[in-house]
Design a protein around this ligand. Structure first.
Ligand code: ATP
Ligand code: MG
Length: 372
């Protein structure tokens, strides 16, 4: 279904969500991305993946330029020139990344206008609500930001390096696939094993497994085939416990569960219940089977501990995303692109060349100024 808009195909606005692992690309007003590709570039035969943490400025510019070229000309089959572009970004993404991307898009690819929108805020457009505790669990890290009346509460943000990558590391440590890398890379195989054969187990079973007790019924081993020839066995225990890392507390007693509880605890008393009853989980890792049920169990158990008893919260409620969680933020960007706010908050090429500056998303209640 396509939402009616006054954009002609020529002027249609492009929405890009550059995740640390996957980039989602599509057109504003559409309900799903046209393509989702791995975020990576090749420089002199070397694969560059982590754009956000690339310290070498020259390398970042080259990797991003090549990536944008591949994205537009190989996958999307559209020229970026004179297009309006929306970039869905994490509020925590480094300024250097943002500035480099803006320069490349405006100068090398001559786009007409650019707008950066924060993923946690625009994700809420997909639900039509403006207050929620938004938790993005993608590949590299989990980022939690409460959003109140559409405004991100930045003093309460929290992040931890726990997400898809941590689960894959667990699997990698327990299964030897190094010698099987025929066509696919080891990392791709591990990810495939994770998505196809692993799941998030119930809290009780996880406790029993940690203590070495018997669980009933036992999870069966799975056979994973590569190119229809090589087969590896994924032990039931690995299938069932790989995701447990997301719920284990680190030395500071922090985990995904305690992140949520700490944020609720640190927020205004009158906001606590509202946040607990409006939790919105986004990001690909939350699609894993059993993830939401387990997180609910963990929260319910932990909130009754002495540390959080005073919160007096008896129920946690999760919103159901209208599409797969890995592209909810993208969809939010697409909805934003169909509103008049796009023109108000975008920077045009003309202005960028004059000012060399990209405005930030408003993080207060002041409305963006409309030029008379
Ligand atoms: N059906 C699924 N089951 C389990 N995991 C999944 C599923 N689909 C995607 N994932 C995992 O979600 C992760 C990617 O999610 P997402 O696209 O939200 O991340 P990203 O935006 O690239 O990363 P980040 O938000 O951390 O920058 C990968 O680790 C992928 O394996
Ligand atoms: Mg993401």
């Amino acid at each position: 279904m396509k939402i009616d808009s006054d954009f002609s195909t020529e002027k249609q606005c492009i929405v890009i969500d550059i995740g640390t692992k996957y980039t989602k690309f599509g057109f504003a007003t559409e309900h799903s991305p046209r393509c989702i590709i791995q975020t990576q570039s090749e420089i002199d035969g070397m694969i560059v993946t982590d754009f956000y943490n690339c310290i070498d400025q020259q390398k970042l510019t080259l990797a991003l330029t090549k990536f944008i070229h591949r994205l537009f000309y190989k996958h999307a089959l559209i020229a970026p020139k004179e297009k309006k572009v929306i970039i869905v970004e994490s509020l925590l993404s480094p300024t250097k990344f943002k500035e480099t991307l803006a320069k490349i898009l405006f100068i090398n690819y001559e786009i007409a206008s650019l707008c950066f929108v924060p993923s946690h805020c625009v994700a809420l457009f997909t639900l039509g609500i403006s207050t929620a505790l938004v938790l993005d669990i993608g590949y590299k890290e989990t980022i939690l930001i409460p959003v109140c009346e559409g405004v991100p509460v930045l003093k309460l943000w929290q992040a931890m390096p726990l997400a898809g990558e941590s689960v894959e590391k667990q699997i990698k440590n327990q299964i030897n696939v190094n010698e099987l890398t025929a066509e696919k890379s080891t990392n791709d195989i591990i990810e495939d094993i994770k998505v196809r054969s692993c799941f998030v187990t119930k809290l009780n079973r996880s406790k029993n497994l940690v203590e070495g007790k018997d669980v009933n019924p036992l999870t069966t081993d799975a056979s994973y085939h590569i190119n229809g020839e090589i087969s590896i066995t994924i032990p039931g225990r690995v299938r069932e416990t790989a995701y447990d890392i997301l719920f284990e507390e680190n030395i500071d007693e922090m985990s995904i569960t305690t992140m949520i509880l700490e944020t609720i605890k640190n927020s205004n008393v009158d906001m606590r219940l509202k946040l607990a009853e409006n939790i919105f989980l986004i990001g690909g890792t939350t699609i894993a089977k059993g993830f939401k049920a387990r997180l609910k169990e963990e929260l319910q158990e932990k909130v009754n501990s002495s540390k959080y008893q005073n919160l007096k919260i008896s129920k946690f409620k999760f919103h159901i995303a209208p599409v797969y969680e890995n592209y909810v933020a993208w969809l939010g960007g697409s909805i934003f692109g169909s509103t008049n706010n796009l023109n108000i908050l975008s920077q045009t090429r003309e202005n960028f060349l004059k000012e060399n500056f990209i405005p930030d998303w408003p993080t207060t209640h002041t409305r963006p100024k409309v030029e008379q």
